[in-house]
Structure formats: structure tokens, C-alpha cells
Design a protein around this ligand. Sequence first.
Ligand code: GDP
Ligand code: MG
Length: 178
Amino acid sequence: TFVDQELSAAELERTFIAIKPDGVQRGLISDIIARFEKKGYKLVAIKLVHPTKDFAEKHYDDLKGRPFFNGLTDFLSSGPVVAMVPPPPPSQSMSNHTADPQVWEGQGVIKYGRKFIGATAPLASEPGTIRGDFAISVGRNIIHGSDGPETAKDEIALWFKPEEILSYKKETDKWLYE
Ligand code: GDP
Ligand code: MG
């Protein structure tokens, strides 16, 4: 059906979101999840993990060599992290392109997730964004989100086993999209 095609297309664009140890410690789990949930994004995987230093270094592999790398990976491995994968719900515009997955790159949850999160430096983040509303320092910016389709794929594979990612329909999709 039309809806089934849209759902399978939507699955092609998933992002990886993590609430870092500072967000967990500060009691911001529910506020952060609520923003994605209320927007209409569907959560397909979630767990509480305390990453090892080694795992944190893998996650931030692209930043190896930066002066803050050691502090950043110490920090990420300092306590529990909420790891999540919300893909977007189906949308009308996506339904025209179900045959070509590459059309989705940059659309939907990856890009919008980054908008929700705000700039890396919280003081440069707009009010209304997660970092803009809840954080001050760049090294304590409470949330991580994949920055593109490739990193999303890699990060999801690093943090989750395939069987931990669920596929299900939400009845509310029909109230979100015409
Ligand atoms: P993000 O994608 O917005 O999270 O930013 P990056 O991928 O560039 O960096 C990953 C994380 O490293 C950021 O979220 C910050 O917590 C941290 N970070 C980035 N730049 C700096 C910096 O200049 N100083 C410090 N202390 N931390 C930084
Ligand atoms: Mg990044």
C-alpha cells in the first residue's frame, strides 16, 4: 500500500541521538525525548548504556587528534547515556521517491534532529533548541545527534544490534500527514 511504501522509505533515514551523561544527570531525559516524540518522530530503539572509554573513542573517532578529544571521551564514558534511534514518520513529499533512497539524504530526521539540537556551542544555539534551552558549555552540551546519513548509519551500527531496532506502525501517522 501507499503507507507501507512510505514507511519503508522512512526507515532509510534514521538518525542516532544520545543524551550524554550531563543530560542524564541533570534530569533532562524526558524533556529531550518529548521534543522528538511531540514533533511526530517515531522511536525505534532506546537503551541506557554506560560506554567504556574505548567505546567513547570509537564513537568520536572523527575527532581524534583534537585538543579536547581526551576530555570529551572521558566525559562520554563518565556515566550512563541514553542511546536512541528515531526515524521520521512517513511524509507526503517522501512518497514520490520511494524507489531512490539517495533522494532522502539530508531530508527529515537527520537534518531536523540537528536543528532541534542547535549549534555545537550552546551559547551560539538559538533559544528553543535543546542546547540553547538547557546548556552553557561546549563540553557539556547534553546531546549528540548524527550529522549526516553516513555518520547516522555508522553510529547506529556502533551502538545497536540490528535486532534492537524495532519496526512498527503508529496509528497517529495518519493524523500527522495528509
Ligand atoms: P556536534 O556534532 O555538534 O556534537 O559537535 P562535534 O561533532 O564537532 O563535536 C563533538 C562534541 O565534542 C561536541 O558536542 C562537544 O561536546 C565537543 N566539542 C566540540 N568542539 C569542542 C571544543 O572546541 N571544546 C570542547 N571542550 N569540546 C568540544
Ligand atoms: Mg558531531
